[in-house]
Design a protein around this ligand. Structure first.
Ligand code: ADP
Ligand code: MG
Length: 292
């Protein structure tokens, strides 16, 4: 492509809210075969809400919610905000926190008023040696509704299953359709529960799901998808996405995302609308396609 065609293309993209940080990304997008997307904050709004809290026998709902909210109050994860907001809505007293620890990709823990509290994914409970089989039926149902099931433990005993739901962005379904119309494969990469990821993917017609990925596993997933399908664009918003954005042929960050993601990206979607990706690919085909 000529420098002029790239200037014209990136200029037109900017008018559509798609900012090219690197000019060569416009040339690369033309031949993209697969778009891999992070789930939370990219497909979804990234603002989950607590939808369910089912306690095990011998535990009180209010107590469990207050304890886990006290711990989540120190966490930066979107899930944390959902749990704290639910406790605030019920005017619960959160108590005094000690020894907070975030176990990335698993959950969080602390001691609250002398009670040891853990909240996180099933694999977090497994690490603690806790069997979550008691809630197997609930977990399956909640995940099939596209909700994320989490578990709470108090003093080393399984106390509750908690679910949070993160609604899709309004623009997501049309963006996925547009990518398919351009002949691309769409894959989702998420740290979330497999069943939850698959339920959301089914709803959107997403072709492939890589779920329960630990932060360091996203790059490996990107490499695998590249080998299977060819040139790959990765779309993400979080700190966790930065290595995957760098590993992709074209990294696309959500404009409202973290600075770390934006720094690692070649393209930034200023409006946060995933629809910018098919638009940029179409533009790449139109401006670069016939010039080379
Ligand atoms: P993602 O951003 O895709 O959710 P993460 O690696 O941040 O990926 O988290 C993976 C999983 O670990 C979450 O889906 C959740 O089950 C659990 N988790 C992480 N942080 C927290 C937290 N603060 N509270 C509860 N669960 C958490
Ligand atoms: Mg995200």
């Amino acid at each position: 492509a000529t420098p002029t065609s790239i200037m014209v293309g990136t200029g037109r993209a900017a008018e559509l809210g798609v900012l090219f940080r690197k000019g060569e990304a416009l040339q690369l997008l033309k031949d993209a075969r697969v778009v891999a997307v992070d789930k939370t904050g990219t497909l979804t709004r990234g603002k989950p809400e607590l939808t369910d809290l089912i306690v095990a026998e011998g535990f009180r709902r209010g107590e469990v919610l207050a304890r886990i909210a006290a711990v989540e109050d120190k966490s930066e994860h979107p899930i944390a905000r959902a749990i704290v907001a639910a406790a605030e809505a019920e005017n619960l007293d959160l108590g005094t926190l000690e020894r907070f620890e975030a176990v990335t990709g698993y959950g969080v823990r602390a001691t609250v008023d002398g009670v040891r509290v853990e909240i996180g994914a099933d694999r977090f409970m497994a690490r603690l040696g806790l069997d979550v089989g008691l809630f197997a039926g609930d977990a399956k149902r909640l995940a099939e509704e596209g909700k994320t099931p989490l578990y709470a433990a108090l003093d080393g005993r399984l106390a509750a299953i908690v679910a949070v739901a993160d609604p899709l962005k309004e623009t997501t379904p049309a963006a996925i359709r547009a990518l398919h119309e351009l002949g691309l494969k769409v894959a989702m990469i998420t740290g979330d529960n497999r069943r939850t990821g698959e339920a959301i993917a089914r709803q959107l017609g997403i072709d492939e799901v890589v779920a329960e990925v630990l932060p360091e596993g996203k790059v490996e997933a990107v490499e695998r998808l590249k080998a299977a399908h060819g040139r790959l664009a990765y779309v993400g918003d979080g700190i966790n996405d930065a290595p995957a954005l760098a590993a992709a042929d074209v990294g696309v960050a959500i404009g409202s995302g973290t600075d770390v993601a934006i720094e690692a990206a070649d393209v930034v979607l200023m409006s946060g609308d995933l629809g910018g990706v098919p638009k940029a690919i179409a533009l790449s085909k139109a401006t670069i396609g016939n010039i080379r």
